[in-house]
Design a protein around this ligand. Sequence first.
Ligand SMILES: C[S@@+](CC[C@H](N)C(=O)[O-])C[C@H]1O[C@@H](n2cnc3c(N)ncnc32)[C@H](O)[C@@H]1O
Length: 399
Amino acid sequence: MKKRVVELFAGVGGFRVGLEKASEDFEFVWANQWEPSRKSQDAFNCYISHYGESEMHSNEDIESVDKSSIPRHDLLVGGFPCQDYSVARTKAEGIHGKKGVLWWSIYETIEQHEPPFVLLENVDRLLKSPSKQRGRDFGVMLACMDRLGYSVEWRIINAAEYGFPQKRRRTFIFAYKNDTEYAKDLRGKTLEEIVIKEGFFQQEFKASRKDGSDRIGEIEFESEDIPSLSESFKFQFWSSGVMRNGCVYTEELIPFPGDIEFKLLKDVLEKDVPEKYYLNGELDDWEYMKGSKRIERTHKEGHKYTFSEGAIAFPDPTSRPARTMLTSEFSKNRSTHIIKDPQTGRLRKLTPMECERLNGFPDDWTNTGMSERFRYFCMGNALVVGLVEKMGRQIANLK
Ligand SMILES: C[S@@+](CC[C@H](N)C(=O)[O-])C[C@H]1O[C@@H](n2cnc3c(N)ncnc32)[C@H](O)[C@@H]1O
């Protein structure tokens, strides 16, 4: 049965690439992508160069979109930033988060359309934010979903631990309406059983328990009064968990991918790479940037402090998965990958196509007229398509 999909924060379409690989039953009915404070909308242009210019593809600030104008859908997907999700108490009815915080656009879309399934992606830090009130932001998010009649499962997944060629740790959140067949099938299971055996992530991303682990937690909350939950909620969420009817079970699980093929950085490398990607007499700069250091600095309020950082392998070993790609991959900075090209034995940067391969996009996906700088930037923002593909195979069969 077809599932109509809406993609928010679409970027260059990572969710769409992954879901369309998983099944022909996903029918994209609307997508939105808007790069704040940039005149040229390169990611959106890339999206429409693959999927066509149409009124179904919106290039507006999602905050200004009337959510009732978004078509009805069965699955809402999106990768959105980790921001401050605190909720202020106001005299008006309803809950009001801060302007500019994109979670609230997702919330409004769900409230308006009540899609049976929601799949979201965020950084791993989401579960711990903010540092002064650990877990509050995710707690607010769970309470919002509970209020809207959803159960939520989550899992922090490092793509490299499931065979992909990049260490990219992200929180994936799968939510489903409590009246779906999927939710009904799980009704007889305990929350613990869902996390360790029966749940969504455990099917495609096998993970095991650690004997005697104390990294387990349970909590119950009321989602009636989200402003007061936002004021006081503090909780340690672990890498796996579930929330149903305001009850949470969470546990740190250890990835157990089984007997699968592991891809490495060397598996994505191009041959005959043009000269412009090679380092050119600036070795000392790179060695310094990548090396460990302790530097005395002066704080803007006047006091002195020591800034220190450890060494990063230089060059990056190609016999391992790559480190996480950041949006700054283009520029000369400590986290930019530098490899020893196996063909020439010389040091060089990764090419934009190699970066696309690290996320599992088709070759030249972003070669749609944007600058090279932006091609790297888009990949630093994107997700590992193969993870979504695995999730999509499951969602396609859910009712
Ligand atoms: C983490 S990225 C998602 C990338 C995407 N999953 C992909 O595969 O390319 C978040 C995206 O949200 C977009 N964005 C940020 N603020 C936005 C807003 N106010 N309205 C719409 N899109 C926004 C950014 O431009 C960025 O492309």
